[in-house]
Design a protein around this ligand. Structure first.
Ligand code: MSP
Length: 509
């Protein structure tokens, strides 16, 4: 039976259009999902939208729409964006779907019957924008510590989830599962937070109408975070499709931004413990992007639209930039200047040049046909070792979601292949040693084939273009791990030189 892999992005709020921060997380998950499929896993890659709550209702009313109309509009835009960015999700969940509302209500009732949800009264400071209650001591001069907007004092009847009951079990779990929180440097803060003592969590609202009704008390709607986290269960068939659930749960990794790490490493696990369901294997908290050194925000007017970046530089250059620029887990800074720098050095000069130089020589010296190699010299062995070893090398990085490490490894090979051209100087071999010329050019083409396979998760279109230019007829998507072995390129086929992959961009423009 194929091994399974279940990976999720957060579900995105539908108050507004998505920006590069959202695209970042989704592209990273897409890269991993694509790699796992290639490695033979049966993958469930989930993304979707978080549609309930006051923030969405307010955004809709500002536009003169009902929350549902507004959500439908944003969802259509989100889906268009994912299509443009070549996101290969297997499912897109909306929290307003029946399958989800049913699951949330069933869970709420179950936990109520079990005594893990009870009725009480809530008094606290609430930030509508972040949908979060805060203690007075957490506010900055009456303002939300996350977004800086004024917090309101609220007192209301509320259902509570008995989070406090799970404090010890959570701490034990963290200790026994050191891999659960990634990257490791995010762990201490969560452990301390739990150690300081957990308060029961208010999980219903009477003031918010746009939400899933509490099934046995329809004055209340379910708190949006309680509703949202459950999406990961709904989508893999919990309470609906037993076979699917048994296959895919627990999730292998929830990839989330650092500011929602706590919801995923403390509240979510406690909910699952209450439901007596195994916990996800890993929660990965990635960093945040600033834009030219500043926090991205509507009020600053510096929100970067991923569609515009793709229009200007192409989808693959955008994906490449986000994945290579910062170690996954750290914060990063986006600027066109940095993108152009990386584009020119890594894509145009390094990868693009390797392809065009290699193909031009095959065309010029060998009538455009893939040659037959003969013999191996030391410099060939080094190149072959690097190209053939790629799969084993990148595996380790993928395991830790060090996606920039994967790219770094692939680019070492690309770089080495360019140096191999200088060393072997095929233009001198043309007259002097045809046999050697053929071997050298074969090695370059075969290296490019392996590079194409390895960049496929990151830059699907570019990988396909390289594949076609190498004259390979079988589909790149049909390739298996075995095809990452050296020597599968068949001599005799015609190459098909195409347009340059990445024409240089003038950095001064
Ligand atoms: N709806 C909740 C998540 C519920 S998951 C059960 C939510 N939505 S969100 O739309 O506000 O944000 C989704 C993700 O986008 C978060 O993981 C957040 O970290 C990420 N980003 C938002 N701005 C970002 C940057 N500037 N940079 C990187 N990621 C950022 O939270």
């Amino acid at each position: 039976m194929a091994r399974k892999f279940y990976i999720t992005t957060p579900i995105f709020y539908v108050n507004d259009l998505l920006h590069i921060g959202h695209a970042y997380c989704t592209i990273a998950c897409d890269v991993v999902a694509r790699f796992k499929r290639w490695a033979g896993y049966e993958v469930l890659f989930l993304t979707g939208t978080d549609e309930h709550g006051q923030k969405i209702a307010q955004a809709a009313s500002l536009k003169g729409k009902t929350p549902q109309e507004w959500a439908d509009y944003i969802v259509a835009q989100d889906k268009k964006l994912w299509e443009r960015l070549n996101i290969s999700h297997d499912d897109f969940i909306r929290t307003t779907e029946d399958r989800h509302e049913r699951t949330v209500q069933a869970i709420f009732t179950r936990l109520y019957k079990k005594g893990d949800i009870y009725k009480g009264e809530y008094e606290g400071w609430y930030c509508t924008s972040c949908e979060t209650f805060y203690l007075e001591s957490q506010l900055n001069e009456g303002r939300c510590p996350e977004c800086g907007k004024p917090a309101e004092k609220l007192k209301e009847e509320s259902y509570f989830f008995r989070l406090s009951k799970y404090q010890k079990r959570l701490l034990d779990y963290f200790e026994q599962n050191p891999e659960f929180m990634q990257p490791g440097f995010r762990k201490a803060e969560m452990v301390n937070f739990v150690k300081e003592g957990l308060k029961d969590l208010s999980v219903s609202r009477t003031a918010v109408k746009w939400g899933i009704p509490v099934p046995f008390d329809d004055k209340h709607t379910v708190y949006v975070w309680f509703d949202a986290l459950i999406n990961y269960l709904t989508a893999c068939g919990y309470l609906g499709d037993k076979a699917k659930f048994e296959k895919f749960w627990p999730a292998d990794v929830h990839v989330v931004g650092k500011e929602i790490f706590k919801f995923h490493t403390v509240i979510w696990p406690a909910m699952l413990m209450a439901l007596e369901i195994p916990l996800p294997r890993e929660v990965f908290g990635h960093g945040w992007w600033t834009v030219e050194g500043e926090k991205m925000s509507k009020s600053r007017g510096n929100v970067v639209d991923p569609l515009e970046v793709c229009e200007e530089f192409g989808v693959d250059a955008f994906r490449y930039f986000l994945m290579s620029e910062v170690p996954f887990g750290q914060d990063g800074d986006f600027s066109k200047k940095a993108l152009v720098r990386r584009y020119n050095s890594d894509l145009a000069n390094n990868l693009g040049n390797l392809l065009s130089r290699s193909l031009t020589m095959v065309e010029k010296y060998l009538e455009g046909k893939v040659p037959e190699p003969e013999g191996r010299e030391d410099e060939d062995k080094d190149l072959i070792e690097k190209a053939e070893g790629l799969y084993q090398m990148v595996l380790k990085f993928y395991d830790r979601l060090e996606l920039n490490g994967v790219l770094g490894t692939i680019w070492q090979t690309v770089d080495y292949a360019n140096r191999y051209i200088e060393k072997t100087a095929p233009w001198k071999l043309e007259k002097a040693d045809r046999k050697r010329l053929k071997t050298v050019l074969y090695n370059l083409l075969e290296t490019l084939r392996l590079v194409a396979l390895h960049i496929l998760p990151f830059m699907p279109q570019t990988a396909e273009r390289i594949w076609e230019q190498l004259g390979l007829e079988e589909k790149i998507y049909a390739q298996k791990i075995e095809d990452a072995r050296w020597g599968r390129l068949k001599p005799g086929k015609k190459i098909k030189i195409g347009k340059p992959l990445f024409p240089r961009i003038n950095p001064d423009l």
